[in-house]
Design a protein around this ligand. Structure first.
Ligand SMILES: [Mg+2]
Length: 399
């Protein structure tokens, strides 16, 4: 079996996504995905990934990982970044694993030793269906949303939002009420009125549903240590389940201090979650819940290393989903194959919105529990009407 086509797919309607299709001479197709800076990523894939992969047997993702990692620099071996090269390699790696499992007519989790669970809990990231479609250079993670949705309700109706999640059986919610105040002092301090306004959102959730829901606070690394500590102190009465990226993840000693001074769980994260960074962060005692995005750290080959390393440090994983449907499907296979999965992130607005619009075969969530994903491979496909529809740009390198 050999790879005969490396094809990238972009969509004007989902302008941060890059899909990578690998076709073989035996008719099997593997599908990978990555996210952000799509034009540069596509250039890298056709300039560097395609010339290497064309003609290769796809059923050796680890061999190809090693070769493609070297393409970044001959001493490169997992440098902790989310560079364009790593993103392109990530999409290729996921497509290679997809073909490898399809060639055995098995769901991906079986190649990974699973399933280790019958079902898994999920938590909801309170985004809108249109969240994250824009380029993000402002440091403000809010983006276009449509109408009244989970993103808007974080501010307009946090108690009602919590109740609606509980009605869906979802008992964890992630919100980021402090983000919009971070730029005022570039994260160095938070004004008293802003602190009270954002804290009131968390208080409103506790007023509405008591302790029935777990609250995950996301800070997107926008704060410096002293301001982050002020925020954590303000939140003390409200039983926050985890604090995600409370400060920039490159400041490992500050993260350790944050954990010690707040006594809270630190979740970290897709923003720098490679094995090399996590090795140092876990050794320092900086992280409680290990997150990562396989579209940004090197694909499933890196994701399974991260999951295993977290287990060795007696820490759980919570794979990141807020990017695209193929990564979500891949997440679910690794989550089911890993004994130390705490919870799987979902965005219910995506699952019932654009994920469903463009992809088939996605894992399903029922009453707050994720069901075992299908196969073969990761089981997810882009819909034919999407691939042939408006605004699609396909570019192929062929053997
Ligand atoms: Mg995050």
């Amino acid at each position: 079996m050999k790879i005969v086509t490396v094809e990238t797919v972009l969509s004007a309607n989902y302008p941060n996504c890059v899909w990578l299709r690998l076709e073989t001479d035996e008719g099997l197709v593997g599908l990978g995905e990555t996210f952000r800076n799509p034009q540069a990523t596509v250039s890298y894939i056709h300039e560097t990934v395609a010339p290497y992969l064309l003609g290769q047997d796809p059923r050796a993702p680890e061999r190809h990982r090693n070769a493609l990692m070297r393409s970044v620099g001959n001493r490169f071996n997992g440098f902790p970044t989310r560079s364009i090269e790593i993103r392109g390699n990530s999409a290729a790696d996921i497509a290679l694993w997809d073909i490898s499992a399809k060639a055995m007519d098995a769901p991906l989790y079986r190649l990974l030793g699973g399933p280790a669970h019958d079902t898994l809990p999920v938590y909801n990231t309170c985004a809108s269906d249109g969240y994250n479609f824009q380029a993000n250079v402002s440091g403000d993670s809010r983006a276009a949303g449509e109408g009244e949705d989970d993103l808007a309700r974080q501010v307009s109706d946090p108690g009602g939002l919590a109740r609606s999640l509980l009605a869906d059986g979802i008992t964890g919610m992630k919100i980021w009420p402090f983000d919009r105040f971070a730029a005022r002092h570039d994260g160095w301090q938070i004004d008293r009125a802003d602190l009270e306004e954002a804290t009131a959102i968390v208080a409103a959730i506790r007023d509405a549903v008591g302790n029935d829901i777990e609250i995950m606070l996301e800070y997107h690394g926008l704060w410096r240590l002293s301001a982050a500590l002020d925020i954590a102190k303000s939140l003390e009465p409200y039983r926050v389940f985890w604090h995600e990226d409370p400060i920039g993840l490159d400041h490992i000693t500050d993260l350790v201090r944050y954990r010690q001074e707040t006594g809270g769980r630190v979740a970290a994260s897709e923003n720098l979650g490679t094995t090399r960074w996590l090795r140092d962060a876990l050794t320092a005692g900086a992280v409680d819940v290990v997150q990562f995005d396989m579209g940004w750290v090197g694909g499933l080959s890196e994701g399974r290393r991260i999951a295993a390393m977290a287990e060795a440090f007696d820490r759980p994983i919570a794979p990141h989903d807020c990017v695209g449907p193929i990564l979500f499907a891949t997440d679910c296979h690794l989550a089911f194959a890993s004994p130390n999965t705490l919870t799987q992130e979902i965005v219910r607005a995506y699952l019932s919105g654009w994920y469903a619009d463009i992809a088939d075969g996605l894992p399903t969530v029922s009453n707050g529990r994720l069901g075992l994903p299908g196969g073969p491979g990761h089981g997810a496909e882009l819909r034919p009407d999407f691939l042939d529809g408006d605004g699609i740009t396909r570019q192929a390198s062929r053997l």
